[in-house]
Ligand binder design. Sequence first.
Ligand code: ADP
Ligand code: MG
Length: 339
Amino acid sequence: MSFFSTPKIGIDLGTANVLVYVPGKGIVINEPSVVAIDTETQQVKAIGTEAKDMIGKTPDSIIAFRPMRDGVIADYRVTEAMLRYFIQKTLGSWNLLKPDVVVSVPAGITSAERRAVIEAGLRAGAGSVIPAKEPILAAIGAGVPIYEPTGHMIVDIGGGTTDVAVISLGSIVTAKSVKCAGNKIDQSIIDYVKRTHNLAIGERTSEKIKIKIGGAMRQSPENELEILIKGRDYVSGLPRQIKMSTNEVVIAIERELAIVIQTIKDVMHETKPELASDLIDNGIILTGGTSQLRYLTDLILAKTGIKAYLSDDALYCVAKGTGIALEHIDVYKKALLAK
Ligand code: ADP
Ligand code: MG
């Protein structure tokens, strides 16, 4: 970035994590998408990591708010505060140049919501704001040649939502979003441990179980992984430790994964035959944190007959996509601005 040139910032406003990408530097910020709000004064108290650390340690009047919950930008005032925080943190408060910002938005966004995002960004200090649809950014970040006249399916499985889209000639042909992804999977593990082990565990523990030993398909015993977990016994109220293995997690999260698979099938059914048949050759590209779940590519192949590929740096595809788009705005502008 030269001294007087307009700074460029790409922001992935995820339901779980906010990532900021600066061309030439890569990912410069990675923080949870949490905002702490004082319910008495309605003031924003903290954003990102600091806000997440406040959870459970602050007076009841301060609540942790996830403005991107379920992938919808629920509160534009809070979104503006978030954008301001991340822009200022990226550029430093001495900076006077207003940056060009590409910010990810859900594929199903309405034009009113789109305008609201642009206004929130401008009020937050941006010089220009391009709200770019997440599946397009994920595809760019995963290295998919989006302008080819062939259908590519992108499945982004994050914290709050699973987004399935077919892209051809630089635009989204079919898309569907469901509010079922990492958070619901974590919750289903909490429910399972309660049901079968009489043990209360928290969200952090269930996420750890999922990542350390979880999987999408049952495995033979020699392939299973194990973990020791601690929780509180529902009957005695005392702390207790149990051992869990991979297949228990597979059972616990089966229903959530069935929803993901059904969403993929729904989009295939709605896609024109010529584009749908391209998927046999191109396969399905997986992005987002939850797409890293063990054996998920196997499950998709088993249930749909189409091969699935986990992209490199699955957690960072959307953020990388904002950066690539900013660096080659002439190439990507048409795709990003498409309605
Ligand atoms: P979002 O874009 O909605 O912010 P991310 O793409 O950042 O979401 O993904 C966050 C989700 O990915 C969380 O639910 C987290 O638990 C999950 N996750 C991260 N790493 C893994 C992994 N190795 N296996 C399974 N899930 C993972
Ligand atoms: Mg995401």
